[in-house]
Design a protein around this ligand. Structure first.
Ligand code: DAK
Length: 257
C-alpha cells in the first residue's frame, strides 16, 4: 500500500504531513486508517513529546475524498462517519499536544481534522469552510459538534448552512484558529511553540490537557473536582519538586516525567 503520510521525527517531536497533493490531500479511507496507525505508534514513542500535523503543498486537507463517497449507501456512510469520528477522537485524546499547522485549504473533513487538534496555527494563505451542504451531505467527522463547541452555535450555523469559505484572518476573528503567520513562517512558528511546551513538565502538560478536555465537558462543580484530581496527580511525579526547587534555587528546571 502506498503511504499517504510523511512522518518525520525532529528534536523531541514528530511532524506528520498528509501527502496526497494531487487531490489536495483529500482524506480517503486508507489515509484515515494510516493516520490512526501513525498516532497509535507515536503514542507509544516516548521520544515524541508533541505532534505537528500539516499538509503537503497547497492544501492542509481539502476534505473527505468525494470520489470515494459518491456511491456510498446510507449504511456505508454511517460506517465511514463513525470511522472518521473515532480516529479524530483518538487524535484529540492523544496524550501529548497536537498542533495543526494549516498551510492551505482546510475544508470539510480537513477543517474537522484541524478541530481535533489542540492548537491551530495557520498560514495567511489558509482557507477554511464546511462546504458539505453543497454536496448534499452534512459534516460527518464531528464538525457539527467540535465546531459548535469552539465557535458557538450561531457562527457554526452560518458556516455550515452557507458552506462559505473564509480566510485565515476571519477564522482567527471567530476563534476557529489561534494564530495567523506568513506562509514561510508556519512550520517554524509551530516548532517554536512546541519547543516552549517541551521545556515544561511533560506530566503537568498532559494533566493540563486532560483537565481542559474532560473538564470542559462537565458541569462547573465536577470540572473543579476533576481539576483538583489532575492537580494532585502533578504531585505524584518528580517534576513538581524539581520545578519548585529550581524556582527557589534560581536555576532552570530539568523535567523528567
Ligand atoms: N475529494 C476528492 N478530490 C478532491 C477534493 C476532495 N475533497 N478536493 C479537491 N480534489 C481534487 C480535485 O478533484 C482535483 O482533481 P483533478 O481534477 O485534478 O483530478 C484536484 O484535487 C485539484 O483540485 P481543483 O482543480 O479543484 O483545485 P482548485 O485550486 O481549482 O480548487 C478547491 C480548490 C479546494 C476550492 C476545490 O478543489 C474544491 O472545492 N474541493 C472540494 C472541497 C470540498 O467540498 N470539501 C469537502 C469535502 S466533503 C460524512 C463523512 C465525512 C464527511 C461528511 C459526512 N458522513 C459519512 C456522514 C466529510 C465530508 C467532506 O469533507
Amino acid at each position: 500500500m502506498d503511504s499517504n503520510l510523511i512522518v518525520e521525527k525532529r528534536n523531541g517531536h514528530a511532524v506528520v504531513t498528509v501527502n496526497r497533493p494531487k487531490v489536495l490531500n483529500a482524506l480517503n479511507r486508507s489515509t484515515v486508517l494510516e493516520l490512526d496507525a501513525t498516532f497509535a505508534a507515536l503514542k507509544d514513542d516516548r521520544e515524541v513529546g508533541a505532534v505537528i500535523l500539516t499538509g503537503a503543498e497547497k492544501a492542509f486537507v481539502a476534505g473527505a475524498d468525494i470520489s470515494e463517497m459518491v456511491d456510498m449507501s446510507a449504511l456505508e456512510a454511517r460506517n465511514w462517519s463513525r470511522l472518521g469520528q473515532e480516529v479524530f477522537s483518538r487524535i484529540e485524546n492523544f496524550p501529548r499536544p497536537v498542533i495543526a499547522a494549516i498551510n492551505g485549504f482546510a475544508l470539510g473533513g480537513g477543517c474537522e481534522l484541524a478541530l481535533a487538534c489542540d492548537i491551530r496555527i495557520a498560514s495567511a494563505k489558509a482557507k477554511f469552510g464546511q462546504p458539505e451542504v453543497g454536496l448534499g451531505i452534512i459534516p460527518g467527522f464531528a464538525g457539527t459538534q467540535r465546531l459548535t463547541r469552539l465557535i458557538g452555535k450561531s457562527m457554526s450555523k452560518l458556516l455550515v448552512f452557507s458552506g462559505d469559505t473564509i480566510d485565515a484572518e476571519e477564522a482567527l476573528r471567530i476563534g476557529l484558529i489561534d494564530k495567523v503567520v506568513a506562509p514561510e513562517e508556519l512550520l517554524a512558528t509551530a516548532e517554536a511553540i512546541v519547543g516552549r511546551i517541551l521545556a515544561k513538565s511533560p506530566l503537568a502538560v498532559a494533566q493540563a490537557k486532560l483537565a481542559i478536555m474532560r473538564g470542559s465537558e462537565m458541569g462547573s462543580e465536577d470540572g473543579y473536582a476533576f481539576e483538583a484530581e489532575t492537580f494532585a496527580t502533578c504531585f505524584s511525579g518528580p517534576d513538581q519538586k524539581e520545578g519548585m526547587s529550581a524556582f527557589v534555587e534560581k536555576r532552570k528546571p530539568a523535567f523528567r516525567t
